[in-house]
Design a protein around this ligand. Structure first.
Ligand code: B4P
Length: 190
């Protein structure tokens, strides 16, 4: 089983590269951002609570996203593997993911981290905001808040997997297909 974490700051290309990875490797795509946006669209209680936080660029509570991932893993017991996109975003989420996978005698194969500088992230997200309709892509202050959340709460997750010898960093600036080639190499070496 191949279990990949695609890691990086908001706008690093996680969603973009995930689409290519699932097409090539037949993995189940679990994006907590997408799952939360589906809850918002469905108008569930969870979605309403999440929306308030997401619209401020703040992370949703760990228990909420861990619960969503737990449900999805149960739903896809026969999968050839998973791509975790935008999850884990805190060390607590990483520990919970390791425990959940261990209950299936599985673990993370590799974490691929896309590195992109803050100016490029800001430019990409403002550009996406012109057409995506995503409230969290609409202004500079909100994007800066998301980057700040990433730096304070999410970056330590890289150290967590580096400590397990599972971390690979890739330059996330450049041609999308070139970056995909680099990710493919990392997956095939895992
Ligand atoms: P996400 O949905 O995960 O949002 P994201 O990080 O902004 O998107 P992504 O990283 O996938 O975008 P991409 O780079 O592909 O999270 C949104 C919110 O949900 C969070 O702020 C948080 O509140 C909440 N949340 C989600 N998961 C959570 C969790 N686990 N715990 C707590 N809260 C959670 O694309 C960006 C743009 O760049 C696109 O326009 C794309 O076309 C462009 N792009 C991509 N690659 C490029 C390249 N190589 N060159 C040029 N442009 C490129």
């Amino acid at each position: 089983m191949l279990n990949l974490i695609l890691f990086g700051p908001p706008g690093a290309g996680k969603g973009t590269q995930s689409e290519k990875i699932i097409a090539k490797y037949n993995l189940i795509h679990l994006s907590t951002g997408d799952l939360l946006r589906s809850e918002i669209q469905a108008g569930t209680e969870l979605g309403l609570k999440a929306k308030t936080l997401m619209d401020q660029g703040i992370l949703v509570p760990d228990e909420v996203v861990i619960g969503m991932i737990d449900n999805k893993l149960k739903e896809h017991r026969d999968a050839a593997g998973f791509i975790f996109d935008g999850f884990p975003r805190t060390v607590k989420q990483a520990e919970a993911l390791d425990n959940l996978l261990a209950s299936y005698n599985e673990g993370i194969s590799v974490m691929v981290a896309l590195s992109v500088d803050d100016d490029e992230l800001l430019a990409r997200l403002l550009n996406r905001g012109k057409t995506s309709g995503r409230p969290d892509d609409q202004n500079e202050e909100l994007i800066a808040k998301r980057i700040q959340e990433y730096n304070s709460k999410t970056k330590p997750v890289a150290d967590y997997y580096q400590g397990q010898g599972k971390f690979i960093a890739i330059n996330g600036i450049g041609e999308i297909d070139f970056i995909f080639g680099e990710i493919s190499n990392a997956i095939e070496a895992a």
